[in-house]
Ligand binder design. Structure first.
Ligand SMILES: Nc1nc2c(ncn2[C@@H]2O[C@H](COP(=O)(O)OP(=O)(O)OP(=O)(O)O)[C@@H](O)[C@H]2O)c(=O)[nH]1
Ligand SMILES: [Mg+2]
Length: 232
């Protein structure tokens, strides 16, 4: 039964992925335990980048639209998906939300998943990459305890580094544990509160978006279609 659910999800995810690819949209699935700072990272990120590139956000929570309201307060479009009893977003929900949000061509779409380090790892949403956030108050052992999530992530953001002087958290050990479950994973340290380290994350976003647009342009070139995409 679990296999059937995942197979069905994968087919919806494939539809989302091609819908996003046709429009040159970079979709990122942000995953973490509750409270590690996903929405705080996102509000700061979209406020910083919205004049440079089109951005929009999907917010996944069991209840409330508090996070979508925090994003909308920055002037960036956001939709809230409430999962009720569900502990993760799935590709069917995201497909519906895509049609409600209608992210712009060549934009970056951030999908904030439900705070949970287990279930979201298994559900492909059609994203280009998963970004896992781990805050220093959670303990450095999380990559070893929740290996599926850290294995699935392309990038790990270690957040709340402003709190490092007050907590017992070894960045070195955390990096070693993350690389043990995912040798190729990229890792950035930041504080969404002070802004330290955020520029490197923005640069990762710029580069990842750029390579997506270049890939789209060369695919369009091969099929002799005009791409219409401006690279910035
Ligand atoms: N000190 C410090 N606090 C932070 C930082 N980032 C977020 N916080 C705080 O951590 C708390 C949770 O942040 P959120 O952004 O709501 O976390 P979240 O991951 O979106 O939470 P859920 O959506 O409930 O899973 C808030 O009180 C934030 O102000 C940071 O870099 N440093
Ligand atoms: Mg949140």
């Amino acid at each position: 039964m679990e296999r059937d659910i995942l197979a069905k999800n994968d087919s919806y995810a494939a539809v989302n992925r091609s819908w996003l690819a046709e429009r040159g949209i970079l979709a990122l699935n942000l995953v973490s335990s509750p409270g590690s700072g996903k929405t705080t990272v996102l509000t700061r990120t979209v406020a910083a980048l919205k004049s440079e590139m089109p951005v929009s956000v999907m917010e996944g929570d069991q209840e409330t639209s508090l996070d979508a309201e925090r994003i909308r307060a920055t002037g960036v479009p956001a939709v809230q998906i409430n999962t009720g009893k569900g502990c993760h977003l799935d590709a069917h929900m995201v497909g519906h939300a895509l049609h409600a949000l209608l992210p712009a061509e060549a934009s970056v779409l951030f999908i904030e998943n439900v705070g949970n380090l287990v279930c979201p790892a298994a559900f492909d949403l059609g994203e280009a990459a998963k970004v896992a956030i781990l805050s220093v108050t959670e303990g450095e052992d999380k990559p070893l305890k929740y290996p599926d999530m850290f294995h699935a992530a392309q990038l790990v953001l270690i957040n709340k580094i402003d709190l490092l002087p007050h907590v017992d958290f070894s960045v070195e050990r955390c990096v070693e544990y993350a690389r043990r479950v995912n040798p190729g994973v990229q890792i950035l340290l930041l504080s969404a509160r002070t802004g330290e380290g955020m520029e490197a994350w923005y640069e990762w976003l710029r580069l990842t978006r750029r390579s997506r647009l270049l890939g789209r342009r060369s695919a369009a070139h091969q099929t002799a279609e005009p791409s219409g995409v401006t690279l910035t």
